[in-house]
Design a protein around this ligand. Structure first.
Ligand code: ATP
Length: 343
């Protein structure tokens, strides 16, 4: 019998726990189909930080790293902690210290509100660039360092080239090597290197500003887009707008070289959405689709595609939360999705 997969649950802040509540029955459904899953819930987030002063204690980090296979994550961010330090200490630490270099953000037309037939995939480097949290503020001067290392850049681009080859889709690298000569110069060198290793992949670099303009005009010709942490963050939110907005966009982050037992984290693209938190308005689709991406990563293809099909069918039947122009609550949308799962 397969060993159980241990999944750590971190709902986090704001709508994080509301959308997580709709992912948990999907785990139960997979269990009912014979998948062996063990879960443990962790309290990390703003409430816990305000009550105890703890963000992500070292002992808990080591437990997550060595005692679990995967993390299912909601969102972090809370107006009561406006400098976002707890979010850095939780989510950025997990991404960086678990070396979850590859952040995969597929944008497909799941249902109404999306451009028909769109099939874009963004590969965002997830641990470096200007989000490495190194810098300084002095009177009249502020510095944010952007660090890019060859191993991380190579891992991210390797994953993007592999995917483009497997799916026979064109690959575009977003960069600003014309001005960011050092950091993006490194990206270009690694890109050229991998391009000669993958002669079957149609791959080109494009200045990120021109790419954004071309995407807004017509996203259809683009297949796979690779980018550093900062550009990938911006580009993937724009791409989410093509498929109905933040509420429906999923993501999966992983460490291709698997340095630790825990090498994958699934989370929706959206943040904690304080403006709608606690009102049952959040769309759970991004979270449920992130769970599907995790299932696929674990090798559970039938469960992954069944979840994706259930989302498409629910949306096609008119089930929608307010962000998509509907009236369903988060819970009711979760139920509508599960109604379309095979028993
Ligand atoms: P972060 O930087 O943490 O990603 P953010 O500043 O990008 O966060 P979000 O929390 O993602 O912001 O919210 C951006 C907008 O999208 C808000 O107006 C929010 O209400 C909306 N939004 C986010 N998530 C959802 C959701 N699940 N359903 C509906 N609307 C959402």
């Amino acid at each position: 019998m397969d060993k159980p997969v241990r999944i750590a649950l971190i709902p986090g802040d704001g709508v994080g726990s509301e959308v997580m509540a709709e992912a948990l029955p999907c785990l139960d459904w997979a269990r009912d189909r014979g998948r062996r899953i063990e879960t443990e819930r962790f309290p990390f987030g703003a409430d816990h930080c305000l009550a105890t002063g703890e963000t992500l204690p070292d002992a808990a980090f080591l437990d997550l790293r060595d005692g679990f296979d995967a993390i299912l994550f909601g969102a972090v961010g809370d107006p009561r902690l406006p400098d976002g330090r707890h979010a850095e200490a939780i989510l950025l630490r997990l991404r960086q210290d678990l070396a979850l270099t590859v952040n995969f953000r597929p944008c497909r037309s799941w249902g109404p509100g999306a451009r028909l037939g769109l099939d874009l995939e963004v590969f965002r480097e997830n641990t470096e660039g200007p989000y490495c949290l190194q810098g300084s503020t002095e009177p009249g001067r502020a510095v944010d360092l952007a660090v890019h290392t060859e191993p991380a850049v190579r891992r991210l681009l390797q994953a993007a080239f592999q995917r483009a080859g497997q799916r026979n889709r064109p690959l575009t690298l977003a960069h600003k090597a014309n001005v960011l000569k050092h950091g993006h110069g490194l990206w270009m060198r690694v890109f050229e290197d991998l391009r000669s290793d993958h002669p079957g992949v149609s791959a080109r670099g494009m200045h990120a500003d021109a790419l954004l303009c071309a995407l807004v005009q017509d996203p259809a010709p683009f297949g796979i887009i690779a980018a550093d942490n900062y550009l990938g963050d911006l580009i993937s939110d724009l791409c989410a707008a093509f498929i109905g907005g933040m509420g429906v966009a999923p993501s999966l982050s992983w460490a291709p070289h698997r340095p630790f037992r825990c090498s994958v984290l699934a989370e929706p693209v959206h943040g904690s959405a304080p403006d709608i938190a606690g009102k049952g308005l959040a769309n759970p689709v991004g979270m449920v689709l992130s769970t599907a991406l995790l299932f696929r990563h674990l090798g559970w293809e039938p469960e992954a595609s069944a979840l994706e099909t259930a989302v498409s069918r629910a949306l096609a039947s008119g089930a929608k939360t307010p962000d998509l122009g509907g009236t369903l609550s988060t819970q009711a949308m979760g139920l509508a999705i599960r109604d379309h799962l095979p028993h």
